[in-house]
Design a protein around this ligand. Sequence first.
Ligand SMILES: *Cc1c(COP(=O)(O)O)cnc(C)c1O
Length: 366
Amino acid sequence: MNFGPDYVRAIAPYQGGKPISEVAREFGLDESSIVKLASNENPLGLPESARLAMMAALTELARYPDSNGFDLKATISKKFAVPTDSITLGNGSNDILELAARSLVSPGQSVVYSEFSFAVYPLATQAVGAKAIVVPAVNYGHDLDAMRAAITDETRLVFVANPNNPTGTFIDAEKIHSFIQSVPPSVVVVLDEAYTEYLTQTQQYDSLRWVAQYPNLIVSRSFSKAYGLAGLRIGFGIAQPALTDLLNRLRQPFNVNSLAQAAAIAALNDAAYLKKSAEINAQGYLQLTSAFAAMNIEYLPSSGNFVMFRAGHDDAAGARVNLALLKKGIIVRPVGNYGLPQWLRVSIGLPEENAAFLTALQAILA
Ligand SMILES: *Cc1c(COP(=O)(O)O)cnc(C)c1O
């Protein structure tokens, strides 16, 4: 007896970064000695401002959260100068990606995204029985011209990650903007900006201004990376009111819990934490990439809080070096499931975490 539709049974489960506790058990290591650089989490840990806000919110936990997220939306609205009726709150920005697919695409229709782009795009596409049109990458990044050309009459949704995960590639504002302009108005573009806070000053652009111009644009943002709240699961989408209304029809009424809402408000008001996140990331990026260069290890220039590097030139290299790193208590992310078996992705950690990773990698490759 096979339950469920074929397209659900065909879904390959998401492979996340290994938890510290699991690696400790599997390899007989002390949890405190393990360095996890596998899930692009913020190495600074939970913002103190968010911790205090959650402590204060604990007393209200017997009640349901505010299903409309009034206070958080007001904070987002003020900080990003967007109307509150253009905000959709999500249980992680992952929720926004799924809401977009579920509310816009019917079985048999198609979704366009790039090769080597975020693993949730195929999941969200397959979950609604839609056809995935995967456009070959150029230099490991999105080929926007080819993505535009791949759109058919049946296409309802396009995912673009900028910067992209796991490759770290970045597309400049002008190119993204003209892509959005060129997409037929019946096709919605989700511009996934989970790492936008890490962009350098020259890279930064204001996609939220484009939302007012394009009724078919959703910009998604996350609190999991630069804001240090990955475990709480919170993110948001910005789109014009009509599209926002559609997304909210499928949203679970209480998809964002009270602690997450309180923490997100505090984190948005904590400019010092955000600044420090970007600074420690820029510093760690230099530490990792200068060591890669010195070790003659190929890596992709990254605009996120992680770097993809080549573990070797055979298709077993990624898995082999990953296992050797795990034995030394270093958790990074294999990307074989993305079709990149020769590569590994390392999240940028604290200076001492980066150093421990580099020391282990050097010993393995020697
Ligand atoms: C991490 C990530 C997300 C989603 O993160 P959430 O924790 O669900 O907010 C979305 N897109 C990309 C490209 C990511 O790397």
